[in-house]
Design a protein around this ligand. Sequence first.
Ligand SMILES: Cc1cc2nc3c(=O)[nH]c(=O)nc-3n(C[C@H](O)[C@H](O)[C@H](O)COP(=O)(O)OP(=O)(O)OC[C@H]3O[C@@H](n4cnc5c(N)ncnc54)[C@H](O)[C@@H]3O)c2cc1C
Ligand code: FES
Length: 303
Amino acid sequence: MTPPAIASPGTNLPHANAVQTTGVVVEQVELAHDTYRQRIACPEIAQRIVPGQFFMLKPGGSTDPLLGRPFALYDVYRDAAGNVAGFDFGYHVVGKLTGQMRDWQGGEPVELWGPLGNGFPISPVGPLLCVGGGIGYTPFLAVAREAAGVAVYGDPPRTAARQEPRPPGGGVTLLYGVRSRPHRADLSDFDGIPGFRTRIATDDGSEGHHGFVTDLLREELSARPPAAVYCCGPEPMMAAVARICREYGVACWLSLESPMACGFGACFSCVTRVVTNEPPGWDYRRTCIEGPVFRSDALLLGT
Ligand SMILES: Cc1cc2nc3c(=O)[nH]c(=O)nc-3n(C[C@H](O)[C@H](O)[C@H](O)COP(=O)(O)OP(=O)(O)OC[C@H]3O[C@@H](n4cnc5c(N)ncnc54)[C@H](O)[C@@H]3O)c2cc1C
Ligand code: FES
């Protein structure tokens, strides 16, 4: 399917800032077992996108697969003149398109539409805890860089780069859970972000805490309550994070990875259940339009 044209800039539709365009793969780097960081030259989307937003991608000039797939921003990159030239994203190989993407070389043409969705809120000034499960850690590079004031995102920029580092203890902590050491991505892209720290949990104990990342979340919430928790990962993990945050009375935001066919509100393939005031007390919402980031207390996950 060639996606229908999306709203052009200047309209008041939810995705008024989105464009449909083409891009070119610049490079890709292996981050962990079956996990890659891909760089795409596409200034139109890179200039507009903010942390937690996503874009849809499909192969250029091909209908296999027919539908695009959603991927979240990892970070934008700049050219030698300092202009935003494109973006990076991380992906885990799970099926048809990601299986193809693994073999793409520099120069591969791609079809893209975005930026889509709402993104994470601008981070609060106090400490921020980010909880990432598997490939769900990737949105937090841009979140952490924006929070530290070392990068700005969006057009117009949604924050001004801060001249001063965040106050001590006001930085971003990433709690990163993976199955085992070989599945743990290289986190060197986070090096040097002021106030940033990371803690790792592996299911098999091959690195960091032996157990679930939610154990680390409980420790952190007990030791130094953050201003907010942002989370992205498998749904059972996000449901557990939401429960724990409710227990501790901490605001929590979840980025859902619902399967999507269009990404801009036309197909209703991405609905999730949200709490409403009207009987029966819940209704469906499109994750691509009203999400992918939701307040955890607005969602009915796994019920
Ligand atoms: C807003 C958003 C952002 C995302 N960001 C990233 C990202 O940055 N990096 C990344 O690796 N993945 C991300 N995903 C998930 C990614 O879109 C899927 O992994 C991708 O669509 C798989 O495509 P495929 O053709 O390789 O697999 P397919 O052949 O389409 O499917 C393979 C298997 O994965 C299942 N599947 C497909 N999509 C999803 C999904 N969204 N959630 C759970 N199971 C699914 C299918 O049911 C099937 O069993 C994101 C999803 C959303 C909604
Ligand atoms: S993906 Fe089509 S409506 Fe959300």
